[in-house]
Design a protein around this ligand. Structure first.
Ligand SMILES: NC(=O)c1ccc[n+]([C@@H]2O[C@H](COP(=O)([O-])OP(=O)(O)OC[C@H]3O[C@@H](n4cnc5c(N)ncnc54)[C@H](OP(=O)(O)O)[C@@H]3O)[C@@H](O)[C@H]2O)c1
Length: 205
């Protein structure tokens, strides 16, 4: 497959790029600063300039099979990138997988009380933007992943995507490795199980 990765220079996006290549896919990295960052100068990745806050200049993606977004709000950036990114991708006529966070929008409370308190304390007002962006992505037909707290670590062999409505509230705050979430997004890209629904990526760190 030919996959495009938005947020390809980020912590999760970089892992989607690496694992996508390892799985034999052609990877198009969508980055706002092509001259720097993790994918700069790599012969195995096609880089296209893409800043979601400049939608008029967003690159054509009609030659890719699926877009995987690991877009995040950059340090020092103001709010708005997530909603802008969701809007841009909703207009792109390509299947989209969108990474969001457990504990925002429809999954508020799904990670349990302690997890929700942590999210409120550390993610705070960003939760509102995350929910708004997810709603736009879902309306546009994207599959949305509500990842729990993300840690370092390898890909979990017991990984699985659980529809939000089937996700059992855990006693302890849930977490997964970034590598596992990247793998689960690629699993869904390769073998779609859901349309516009929310999946919770699960796997032991
Ligand atoms: N960290 C966690 O524990 C956790 C848990 C659950 C869900 N998530 C969600 O997972 C997503 C990715 O997380 P992460 O930790 O991998 O994020 P990250 O490391 O901060 O990466 C964010 C990516 O978004 C890109 N980006 C920001 N603004 C952009 C713009 N205007 N146009 C194009 N690209 C832009 C950044 O590019 P630059 O390199 O140019 O800045 C970077 O590649 C986030 O939405 C986050 O909420 C994270």
């Amino acid at each position: 497959m030919r996959i495009a990765v938005l947020g390809a220079t980020g912590r999760v996006g970089r892992l989607i790029v690496e694992q996508g290549l390892q799985r034999g896919h052609e990877v198009v990295a969508l980055v706002r600063r092509p001259q720097t960052g993790a994918v700069h100068g790599r012969p195995d990745v096609e880089v296209r300039r893409a800043d979601v806050t400049a939608p008029a200049a967003f690159p054509d993606l009609t030659d890719v099979d699926v877009v995987l977004s690991a877009l995040g709000i950059g340090k020092g950036d103001g709010p708005g990138a997530l909603v802008a990114g969701a809007r841009v991708l909703a207009e792109v006529p390509v299947r989209t997988l969108w990474l969001g966070a457990l504990g925002s929008g429809p999954s508020v409370g799904a990670g349990g009380g302690i997890y929700q308190c942590i999210m409120k304390a550390f993610v705070g007002e960003e939760l509102t933007e995350k929910a708004a962006a997810d709603a736009i992505a879902l309306d546009g037909g994207a599959t949305v992943f509500h990842a729990p707290d993300l840690w370092t670590g390898g890909v979990s062999t017991g990984r699985r995507n659980i529809p939000l409505e089937d996700y059992a509230k855990p006693l302890l705050p849930p977490h997964a490795s970034r590598a596992t979430v990247a793998a689960l997004m690629l699993d869904e890209a390769e073998r779609p199980t859901r349309g516009a629904r929310i999946l919770v990526p699960v796997g032991r760190v």
